[in-house]
Design a binder for this molecule. Structure first.
Ligand SMILES: [Zn+2]
Ligand SMILES: [Zn+2]
Ligand SMILES: [Zn+2]
Length: 139
């Protein structure tokens, strides 16, 4: 079973009404991959469900975030969303804004470590720089 299908079925089991609009949002989010903004999700979801309204996209994303299925954070003044996935990081291009997924974690401080009395429970890290394409232009 695909993660999408699993997700939709779990939501249904929890009493969610899985409408065509919500379904389109979940599927768009899966297709969008890492750090999608609302406009990207909206654009992709609209292809599957042309009558979709932007408000429904916001509501569905917020609901999914509240249920813990979707991570939500701010980046460059815009909210970003992605389906909850195994631990990974993002390489963000400062020129074009492209976000690349990076699975090799460069952080050596592990969960449960204490730093001067502070207990570490996890980390967030974003690496910024220039993507392959923009690197040529910037140089
Ligand atoms: Zn990601
Ligand atoms: Zn770039
Ligand atoms: Zn990490």
């Amino acid at each position: 079973m695909s993660f999408n299908k699993f997700l939709l079925e779990t939501l249904r089991a929890r009493g969610w009404r899985v409408t065509a609009a919500r379904r389109a949002v979940v599927e768009a989010l899966a297709r969008a991959g890492c750090a999608a903004d609302v406009q990207t999700v909206y654009r992709l979801a609209k292809r599957a469900y042309p009558r979709l309204g932007l408000v429904t996209v916001y509501r569905t994303l917020d609901l999914l975030a509240r249920e813990g299925w979707v991570q939500r954070w701010e980046e460059g003044g815009a909210a970003r969303y992605e389906l909850d996935q195994p631990h990974h990081h993002h390489l963000v291009c400062l020129a074009c804004g492209a976000v690349q997924r990076w699975d090799r974690c460069p952080v050596s401080v592990r969960e449960g470590a204490t730093l001067g009395g502070f207990v570490v429970t996890g980390h967030r890290l974003e690496l910024v720089g220039y993507c392959r394409t923009c690197r040529e232009v910037v140089r």
